[in-house]
Design a protein around this ligand. Structure first.
Ligand code: FAD
Length: 287
């Protein structure tokens, strides 16, 4: 099913994210994860695409498995350093594989490559290409705390608007740990004339090293309440898992309680995290 249709339903949407195995690695462990995640009946599952064109061969393979498990797949696709010919071939393969949804991304600039050698500069170029190819529901990424390469949130939102105007059906946010950050951002997007659904990205943090990496990469704001949890439980993996799941669950309930209808959980190939969050949500998502 197309994600544009899923997001039109009145029932809350909870989706999961999975990353495929690297090129030449066995598919089976990730296939097992997909099977377990699918038992939670997520609204859809997104499958990431290897950074800067690497290790992307398995995105389609895993997206097909997701669909075989009865769940709609959202295949991520990046365009940095790619060519129109290559993207055309990717789109044809996705369509032939029965995938109806694409998250159109620029991708991160490879460290060793300074310029853009491909045919695309921004995700908006890819969105336009996918829309002219036809047949897909297309999503894009957005950044409640501003994309790291952009100096001003207003400029970043203007660029998001360009991407939406190119034909996006929905946006998915970068992770955030303070729901006020999301609500404030949403109101800025709406003021800028962006009306598409904005799926809230929630990362259940289950180990303290993960947090250090997140802060270094994205500058995500960590509210004091969350910092205390990491300080107190970060050295004990079992306690951190329990606390991270509880924190993510509370965030999701607060989002739903305040009118948000779609949440994407960065499940990081950990079925236990998805299972426990869905169990916590219980009747809130079953209606
Ligand atoms: P863009 O929308 O092109 O924006 C990139 C930068 O360019 C921003 O600073 C923006 O403000 C600026 N910009 C955009 N248009 C213009 C313009 N016309 N003029 C001037 N500046 C402009 N990466 C992967 O490699 N694989 C994945 O599977 C993946 N999945 C992701 C999923 C989500 C939900 C998110 C939030 C990110 C994901 N990423 C993934 C990371 C993403 O590729 C990076 O954040 C990347 O740096 C930007 O991609 P984008 O699509 O947002 O780029």
């Amino acid at each position: 099913m197309k994600i544009s249709e899923i997001l039109n339903k009145s029932t809350p949407s909870v989706s999961f994210e999975i990353f495929p195995p690297r090129e030449n690695a066995a598919l089976e462990p990730v296939v097992d994860v997909v099977r377990r995640l699918s038992l939670q009946k997520p609204s859809f599952m997104s499958v990431t695409y290897g950074a800067a064109g690497s290790a992307n061969v398995n995105t389609l393979a895993i997206a097909k498995i997701v669909q075989e498990c009865g769940v709609s797949a959202l295949a991520h696709l990046t365009c940095i350093a790619s060519t129109r010919e290559k993207i055309g071939a990717e789109l044809a393969a996705l369509k032939a594989g029965g995938v109806e949804n694409i998250l159109a991304l620029r991708g991160d600039k490879p460290v060793e490559q300074k310029g853009f050698n491909g045919d695309y500069h921004y995700a908006s170029d890819l969105v336009a290409e996918i829309c002219s190819f036809g047949g897909f529901s297309v999503g894009g990424a957005c950044y409640p705390e501003c994309h790291p390469e952009c100096n001003h949130i207003e400029d970043d939102i203007r660029n998001i608007k360009r991407k939406v105007d190119a034909g996006l059906d929905f946006l998915t946010t970068q992770m955030f740990f303070d729901n006020n950050v999301y609500f404030h951002y949403l109101s800025r997007l709406r003021s800028a004339g962006i009306t598409v659904p904005v799926i809230a990205g929630i990362m259940p943090v289950t180990n303290s090293k993960q947090i250090a990496r997140i802060c270094a990469l994205s500058g995500t704001y960590l509210p004091p309440r969350f910092r205390s949890i990491v300080d107190r439980f970060g050295d004990n993996s079992e306690q951190m898992l329990d606390a991270g799941i509880a924190y993510a669950t509370e965030q999701i309930i607060d989002l739903f309680a305040n009118g948000v209808n779609a949440v994407h959980v960065y499940t990081m190939n950990k079925p236990i995290v998805a299972e426990r969050i869905m169990a916590n949500l219980g009747s809130i998502i079953r209606g």
